[in-house]
Design a protein around this ligand. Structure first.
Ligand SMILES: NC(=O)c1ccc[n+]([C@@H]2O[C@H](COP(=O)([O-])OP(=O)(O)OC[C@H]3O[C@@H](n4cnc5c(N)ncnc54)[C@H](O)[C@@H]3O)[C@@H](O)[C@H]2O)c1
Length: 301
């Protein structure tokens, strides 16, 4: 197990990542330049635990601190969850190389940026690794551990072991490619979904019905590779030979997506996106997600 963790960035992901390690008994120090993010850190974790009906003692293991050095001091692993901006992340890792323990693992939670781009030329390049968590980090089991050409393989192994020890399902991504594995799969589906809406094949909400009531309903139990083997690879080959030429292969965001963004229709936070959103709708969706993911967690135990 791991005893001390540093987290850089106390936003949506950072506070949830801190919660995971604190829940496993580690002492976690969290830095954020925003005083409000630090002030609300422990109340947010406490609220998450209350919603899940879990004891709130883990909150005591989390300490908000006012510098990167204070968060990293003594930590075996430091997880960066700062904004998705390569310049910001590179600055964090340059500072970490100076103030973290000499053998600490330094992990970035970037969603899509190449780990090599964050790590190149850094003094600690061989200790920087990607750890791509999913929101909410304390409910979605997966963390993708991404290597890059200059990382020490022992760092990757140790990171996988630490994440496994705190209850995460950690997989090793062996090439530093944009989007890693999960986001490539997810956005391949989103590209097709938005193309179908643009082509008028169905209404936007019907896309969600097809996924949630169709193949999505079984995805938590049977993944695509297992399912290909179950139905038979000959059938899978025949379907791909017929269907793949008809699938969307554009390398630009969908026209309908661009138009909506251009009109300021940004989704739940602006009241309209592909769907119309009224007060309370977004919270209802998040509540539904928590209920579903709690079921996933329960099934794993
Ligand atoms: N939101 C998701 O679903 C999700 C999922 C996986 C990965 N990620 C990635 O995790 C990272 C954080 O995303 P988030 O959703 O938590 O964002 P967020 O905006 O909720 O939180 C970012 C936090 O970083 C703080 N911050 C700003 N400048 C900083 C700096 N220089 N040093 C340290 N902290 C700084 C902000 O005050 C804020 O509290 C991003 O790289 C994002 O792409 C997000």
């Amino acid at each position: 197990m791991v005893e001390r963790i540093g987290v850089i960035g106390a936003g949506l992901m950072g506070h949830g990542i801190a919660q995971v390690f604190a829940g496993a008994g580690a002492r976690v120090r969290v830095f954020d330049p925003s005083p409000e993010a630090l002030r609300s850190l422990r109340p947010r974790v406490e609220s998450n635990l209350n919603v899940l009906g879990l004891p709130t003692d883990a909150v005591e293991n989390i300490e908000p601190v006012s510098s990167v050095a204070a968060a990293a001091g003594g930590a075996e692993l430091v997880v960066e969850a700062a904004p998705e901006d390569v310049g910001c992340k590179r600055a964090v890792f340059a500072e970490l190389a100076e103030v973290a323990e000499v053998d600490a693992i330094l992990a970035t939670n970037t969603s899509v940026i190449s780990i090599g781009e964050v790590a190149a030329g850094q003094a600690a390049v061989d200790r920087i690794v990607g750890t791509h968590w999913w929101n909410p980090p304390y409910l979605v089991p997966l963390v993708e551990v991404i290597e890059h050409p200059e990382v020490d393989p022992a760092v990757v192994e140790r990171t996988l072991a630490i994440l496994g020890a705190v209850g995460k399902t950690a997989i090793h991504v062996r090439r530093d490619i944009p989007g890693f594995v999960g986001n490539r799969l997810q956005h391949a589906m989103w590209r097709e979904a938005l193309a179908l809406v643009d082509a008028g094949v169905c209404e936007p909400q019907e896309i969600d019905t097809v996924v949630r009531s169709g193949f999505g309903a079984r995805l938590g139990a049977v993944g695509p590779i297992e399912n290909a083997d179950l139905v038979g690879l000959d059938l899978t080959e025949a379907i791909h030979a017929y269907l793949l030429p008809h699938l969307d292969s554009s390398t630009e965001p969908a026209a309908g997506l661009r138009e909506r963004v251009g009109r300021g229709e940004l989704g739940a936070r602006s009241g309209r996106g592909y769907l119309d959103w009224e007060a309370g709708d977004a919270d209802a969706v998040r509540d539904r997600m928590v209920v579903q993911l709690r079921g996933v967690e329960a099934a794993r135990r």
